[in-house]
Design a protein around this ligand. Sequence first.
Ligand SMILES: [Zn+2]
Length: 102
Amino acid sequence: MKGKLATLRIDDLLLDQEVVNKKKVGRLVKKLSEKKSIKAIRVFYCVHEAMYNIVDGHHRVFAAYNLGITSILSIVEPCYTYECTGNTPDWDFFHVRNVRAA
Ligand SMILES: [Zn+2]
């Protein structure tokens, strides 16, 4: 699957985990602080719910958010490639402000 490259506002992204790995975040914070580039995250856009859900990149988003970075390079795919049929997903989702590292 390909997806479109876009810079998305971190505020618009949803995570499906409430806790991220502290060590992993630490490494990414260091990388970002040194102005090194990080891999684009992967998200799917739910055309039914109008929400961006992170598939890969929870730690990158968390690290960037906590450094005050407001947008992030993303590869975006529509939700139906993930077989979304528009029903409210049965997983919990969180805004990055409600996520913690442990
Ligand atoms: Zn959908």
